[in-house]
Design a protein around this ligand. Structure first.
Ligand SMILES: Nc1nc2c(ncn2[C@@H]2O[C@H](COP(=O)(O)OP(=O)(O)OP(=O)(O)O)[C@@H](O)[C@H]2O)c(=O)[nH]1
Ligand SMILES: [Zn+2]
Length: 211
């Protein structure tokens, strides 16, 4: 097992200069979205994704969800976290409010799916989500959000209503051209499988969850 020491520095998955590479209309259960792929590398296998309501008005206070990749929850419906339900709710809100979802490729708070699965195994042995990251030698949260600012600027958006319970996401907008005019909560009812994880996010990571 890896001894705890200085955090391992990972290559950034979220370079701030992502460029718009391709776009198409995607019909979803929640309505139609423009899906726009952003990346530094024109052939990137996993670009960041913006899902934009076709009638979004960039001069309005746009409802925005910045969602970090969670293949376990978003794709396979894992109950260990709240991600899948948050993504569905955010898409529903973006569809009705002419807003958008930015899907950042920051799996496992930026440590990747292999390390997240290792972290889950440690959590099954009694560590919480923070302790597991630290035990593996990573930061608690290795994410950065500059690329989301870049995507919003590319789309001409300067004022947003941000769907999040995470104070770090709001704080990430204190510098830059895009302003958060309001934070909108996106709280999922806890289940027996995810209540420990949500409790740690509230108690130790400062998330506004009111559990
Ligand atoms: N390392 C690690 N990552 C996790 C764990 N559980 C979930 N994640 C990741 O945590 C991230 C959650 O991202 P978001 O849905 O954007 O949520 P958040 O930071 O909780 O903030 P909001 O949902 O906006 O309030 C995703 O990248 C998940 O893959 C875990 O136990 N360990
Ligand atoms: Zn998740």
């Amino acid at each position: 097992m890896v001894e705890q020491g200085d955090p391992i520095l990972l290559p950034s998955t979220t370079a701030s200069a992502a460029t718009r590479r391709a776009e198409a209309l995607i019909p979803t259960p929640f309505g139609q979205f423009r899906m726009i792929a952003y990346s530094d590398d024109p052939e990137a296998y996993s670009p960041h994704i913006a899902l934009v309501h076709p009638d979004m008005d960039p001069t309005s206070e746009v409802i925005v969800r910045i969602h970090s990749e969670c293949i376990t929850g978003d794709l396979f419906g894992s109950k260990r976290c709240d991600c899948g339900e948050q993504l569905n709710r955010a898409m529903r809100i973006a569809a009705s409010g002419k807003g958008m979802v930015i899907y950042l490729r920051q799996e496992g708070r930026g440590i990747g799916i292999i390390n997240k699965l290792k972290a889950y195994q440690l959590q099954d042995q009694g560590l919480d989500t923070i302790q597991a990251n630290l035990h593996l030698g990573f930061e608690i949260d290795a994410r950065h959000y500059e690329v989301a600012q870049g995507i919003l600027e590319d789309l001409g958006v300067s004022q947003i209503q941000l769907l999040t319970n995470n104070p770090e996401k709001v704080d990430s907008f204190t510098e830059g051209k895009v302003k958060v005019v309001r934070r909108l909560p996106i709280i999922i009812d806890p289940s027996k499988e995810n209540k420990g994880y949500l409790h740690t996010k509230e108690a130790s990571m400062g998330h506004w969850l009111k559990l």
